[in-house]
Design a protein around this ligand. Structure first.
Ligand code: ADP
Length: 190
């Protein structure tokens, strides 16, 4: 199996590229953000619990993520691996993911970061606010999300570098250009 983590700041294009990668390599796309938004829309107990946290741009507690991930992974059959989009976001989550994969005799195959600078990200997210109306795409919340990314998620780069699994591509360009750069990196690994 090929277990791929697409990594990058909010607004770096992880969602868009994950869908394309999942399609091309027959991988199950697991977006924790999408799972939370669906639960909020459907007003499930999980949705009620996380709504306030997400609207402030904070991180949902790690313990909740483990449960969600295990369920999501078990829900897929006949795939050649996973694309993790928006997960892991903390060192604890990265350790939990290693354990969840290990229990299935699997491991993380590759972690790829989309590199986009803060200015570009803020512009993209403000633009997305106008079309998609996500409650966490306001200027203050965007700044909070970027800060949390820098403080809590960025350290994962070193974690995966130590495991020899980290690579990066430039996340600025057309969707197809970026997709091609990602595929080139994946094709070297599989
Ligand atoms: P983006 O990458 O644009 O910030 P996501 O859709 O990945 O958006 O996530 C939206 C929000 O959902 C996050 O700001 C956070 O509150 C919550 N969330 C998603 N994934 C995680 C995670 N792995 N750990 C904690 N919170 C998460």
């Amino acid at each position: 199996m090929f277990n791929f983590i697409l990594f990058g700041p909010p607004g770096s294009g992880k969602g868009t590229q994950s869908v394309k990668i999942a399609g091309k390599y027959n991988l199950a796309h697991i977006s924790t953000g999408d799972i939370f938004r669906k639960n909020i829309r459907e007003k499930t107990p999980l949705g009620m619990k996380v709504q306030g946290i997400i609207e402030k741009g904070e991180l949902v507690p790690d313990e909740l993520l483990v449960e969600i991930l295990a369920d999501a992974m078990d829900g897929f059959r006949d795939v050649d691996g996973f694309v993790f989009d928006g997960f892991p976001r903390t060192i604890q989550q990265a350790k939990d993911l290693n354990r969840l994969l290990d229990e299935r005799n699997e491991e993380v195959s590759l972690v790829l970061a989309l590199e986009v600078n803060d200015n570009e990200i803020i512009q993209r997210l403000l633009k997305r606010a106008q079309t998609e109306g996500r409650k966490d795409d306001t200027k203050d919340v965007i700044e909070n999300r970027i800060k949390i990314y820098n403080d809590q998620t960025q350290p994962l780069i070193d974690f995966y570098k130590k495991e020899g699994k980290f690579t990066a591509v430039n996340g600025i360009g057309s969707i197809d250009e970026i997709f091609n750069s990602i595929c080139n990196k994946i094709d070297r690994e599989i």
